[in-house]
Design a protein around this ligand. Sequence first.
Ligand SMILES: NC(=O)c1ccc[n+]([C@@H]2O[C@H](COP(=O)([O-])OP(=O)(O)OC[C@H]3O[C@@H](n4cnc5c(N)ncnc54)[C@H](O)[C@@H]3O)[C@@H](O)[C@H]2O)c1
Length: 327
Amino acid sequence: MSRTVLVAGGAGFIGSHVCKALAEAGDRPVVIDTLEKGHAWAVKWGPLERTDIGDATTIAEIFRRHRPRAVVHLAGYIEVGESVRKPELYFHNNATKSQTLIDAACDAGVEAFVFSSSCSVYGVPRTPLLDETHPFAPISPYAESKARVEGMLERAARERGLAALSMRYFNAAGGDETAEIGEAHVPETHLLPLAVDAALGLTAPLTLMGTDYDTPDGSCVRDFIHVSDLAAAHVSAIAHLATRGSAGHAGLNLGSGSGYSVRQALVETGRVVGKPVPFSEAPRRPGDPPRLVGDSARARALLGWRPTRDLAKQIEDTLRWRLKMPR
Ligand SMILES: NC(=O)c1ccc[n+]([C@@H]2O[C@H](COP(=O)([O-])OP(=O)(O)OC[C@H]3O[C@@H](n4cnc5c(N)ncnc54)[C@H](O)[C@@H]3O)[C@@H](O)[C@H]2O)c1
């Protein structure tokens, strides 16, 4: 049955792919976004409500007008380095304002609330493969803001009967297969778009930060997950919560389960683009764990979710988008 779903942050990279997946599943996404970081061109599958999730009056009015059955909450700032310089900005925008959205969702009695959390809540991994039982130990204000929102959802589930899932993404990458939307952060800090742009000669050579980690080739190892696989998990999460019909909150890792080193990702990008990625080597960036790879068995068991797009596919889709994106 078709649902109206409020998608906070739906004009952003992952949010726009979630909107497309919802529309393809027959649902009606309504985007809430300030457009401070997102793009009006990325809102294609439903109306845009241009407002801040912290504006309680407008948010309540939007819930009354659209009567959503579910909320996907992706709104927030995403730069870890900036969060270290401006912690209060991240606590306020990402965490405090989220409480307003959660309260409005509880008041409206939505069936499902799905939140964009992050594997960064785990901090520096104590195990090679991270599962959801790993303790929280955030090491940046960004990660701390995500942990705080998960705490808010835990409480809302307990005290107000909310049914919620926190999706702990690993490294979101790739883009829509038809390149009608894609990753367009300003500034762009993510590896694959930076590597593709450098290989195409659109930007200066990339800087590989850290070459002396305790990993096979000395560079960090990361778990890249295709944004369309992430989007599919959100559609399944809403269906799961709505069908189950009971309150609760759980965290779910969304990763591919495979680790690639930054050097391997650069070589693979060069192969897909057909030109090597030019790069220089620099010292480690503070706060980068050597290895972040997720065990997504819980998402598989709960949602029947399986990532289907590998690193090469992520790079191919990134390349297609970087060649046509508005700059
Ligand atoms: N990209 C990743 O690899 C990754 C990894 C883990 C978690 N996440 C989380 O996923 C979410 C989406 O990430 P993204 O890469 O699409 O980022 P993005 O910047 O492209 O999208 C975020 C959107 O939220 C909007 N926004 C920010 N604050 C807002 C507010 N107060 N009110 C309304 N709108 C607001 C921005 O305008 C933007 O459109 C973020 O919460 C991010 O922390 C992303």
